[in-house]
Design a protein around this ligand. Sequence first.
Ligand code: COA
Length: 568
Amino acid sequence: MRILFLTHSFNSLSQRLYVELQARGHELSVEFDINDAVSEQAVELFQPELILAPFLKRAIPESIWRKQVCLIVHPGIKGDRGPSALDWAILNRETRWGVTVLQANADMDAGDIWASSEFDMRDATKASLYRNEVTEAAMRAVVLAVQRFEQGGYTPQALHDIQHSLHGRLRPLVQQSNRHIDWQHDTSATVLRKIRSGDGFPGVRDCLFGRELFLYDARPEHTLCGRPGDLIARCGGAVCRATTDGAVWIGHLRDNQAAHPFKLPATRLLGDRVSALPELSPGPRSGYRDIWYEQHGDVGYLHFPFYNGAMSTQQCERLRQAYIDAKQRPTRVIVLMGGPDYWCNGMHLNLIEAADSAADESWRNINAIDDLALEIINTDTQLTIAALQGNAGAGGMFLARAADQVWARQGVVLNPHYKDMGNLYGSEYWTYLLPRFAGQEKAERISSARLPMGTDEALSLGLLDAAYATDVDEFVQLTQQRATSLAAADNFETHTHQKRQQRQADEQHKPLAHYRQQELERMRVNFYGFDPSYHVARYNFVYKISRSRTPLTIASHRRTDTPLRRAI
Ligand code: COA
């Protein structure tokens, strides 16, 4: 079927549905919801059989839904309506939630129901639930709805016929007052719930040092306590604030009035005001841990759940040191776990944007990632695994490929390209790693494409070596089993011997230093050259400037080189 995606942006959920529906043989095109005329034109050009709206912030124009079936993905259970579905689910401590696919009509979110799917709620941020449970449920419901539509003869459920029996109902937009933290009365659990309900967007408005700030990235503290509302410690980029029954860590803040009004690590944003706070070393029960190592038998696991998968210069340096320490331990396998939401999304674009010289900070950040990649490539006593629990993009994906094997959770979305960031050339030794693991021809295909990719395609292209389990916990468990078997394999020594020989042969053919030098020459031009594309793209990304048109890579109906384009 020809399916047009009408969406506010090509976010992770849209990307996942795109990948899944394309794999099922559907012909897809995407249009950003910019205005009614643009959407109408897209329908005219593409002549879709079905319109799917995975992520919309406003209603579909009547001129479209009157003529054509439009299916809307709503991140709420049957009967739930309104713009803050997940926020309310977290605030109201729902134990089950879901996704409903409904047909657009005159009443927002009240159209006939084509399919729905539910899941158990988890203590996590809104963004994490959206990228995991909601995305999986949306995938199941959309696939079913599309099947029902394609087969014909299915009568969707009218909401008013069943509404009386449903828990879901119309709820208003969540206001800051609904999430307001009362530090003198709220427990840690309440504070965490309020912050998580607005994380990643819009954050919880709060006041610190007389400044209005938005809070993100809250984590529990299990040991410290203090006078409710007081800042009592710092750890890495985070600050610890006392509650009525303990304390919570706040990793990231946003100050709308500041020179850099986007999310930044809390200590970076608060600067001198928190420099006198006691500095804590992170541990399993106390402090804000963004890097830690654990070992089970012959396998070492390095975790690095950086907020939003962004990796700053300093985080790369600390991770590299943790990796060097891990290499020195008597293990046979090292598993690079990333975090449950993201494995890694490359350089930390917010910190680069906030730096005195964005070019200099970009240069430092890419060199720090390269140093880490080099350390991974040059591991000769252990086998290395990158275990992708969550999505990976740009330099993060190529960093993963620096490991001997890349295993991924089924359903993760990979964006193995840099070009969307103002034609960035990229580094992380990708010019060595891609041909080595994917072969020359596939390497060229990967590096010239700008599209998201699912695990099946990534496996066929050599970007991944294995994909299994859809659930994060199950993925972690199976990863441990697989890594343990690999470490115990009879032919383990043969593997490491072959690996060393291969590396030596590759080094003789062309030293890694040459690959790096060539990549960085191109990056230097991106950072310091006359063409400002990278700086403009980064600014737009960090400041979340909406695109004024849909990229032609996904708006196939607007390309002149495609047979899909039909005369108006
Ligand atoms: N640096 C800083 N923040 C980043 C980031 C990065 N490299 N990558 C993602 N983020 C942030 C986004 O700003 C967003 O922030 P929010 O919490 O304020 O909304 C959040 O992570 C989620 O990103 P989003 O783009 O909404 O997620 P997605 O899953 O739809 O898309 C990517 C994933 C990787 C395609 C997209 O985030 C991206 O292009 N990132 C930039 C990658 C890059 O070019 N890195 C530099 C080159 S190495």
